[in-house]
Design a protein around this ligand. Structure first.
Ligand SMILES: [Zn+2]
Ligand SMILES: [Zn+2]
Length: 137
């Protein structure tokens, strides 16, 4: 699969039954439907999807997964947060740019909790040489 933003070949990281696709060039991450929820340990990929979808903006980027004719849609992760994600209207996959993951409050709260899924995922990624969270020392 190629990165929707820089078209680099993405690396698949297999982790506890999910496959996260990571771009080594721009450091963005692709989550298929339900994989983001798995990682954040929330019940759904995007909380308040019906609300944030109303203000979504169509981007120039094609979905890297399903090749839908519809472009990715940029929307807020939750109405009040600054984090913007890109979502495919067809396969419901989610793209997160470099450095954006820690903006997800629930993830930020779990940084440092060694048992959380996000920290396990990060550790798995870092053993392969990818740092997805820019952790402060
Ligand atoms: Zn990229
Ligand atoms: Zn798609």
């Amino acid at each position: 699969m190629n990165c929707p933003k820089c078209h680099n070949i993405m690396h698949e990281i297999h982790f506890e039954g999910v496959v996260v696709d990571f771009c080594d060039a721009c450091k963005g991450i692709w989550f298929d439907e339900d994989e983001l929820a798995f990682t954040t340990e929330l019940s759904t990929d995007i909380p308040n999807i019906s609300e944030v979808e109303k203000d979504a903006r169509t981007t120039e980027y094609a979905c890297p997964r399903c090749g839908s004719q519809q472009k990715l849609q940029e929307m807020k992760f939750v109405p009040v947060e600054a984090l913007l994600i890109d979502r495919c209207p067809q396969c419901k996959g989610v793209w997160i740019d470099k450095g954006e993951l820690p903006k997800i409050e629930v993830i930020a709260a779990r940084i440092g909790d060694s048992k959380s899924k996000i920290m396990l995922t990060c550790r798995q990624l870092s053993t392969k040489g990818y740092e997805i969270l820019e952790m402060k020392a």
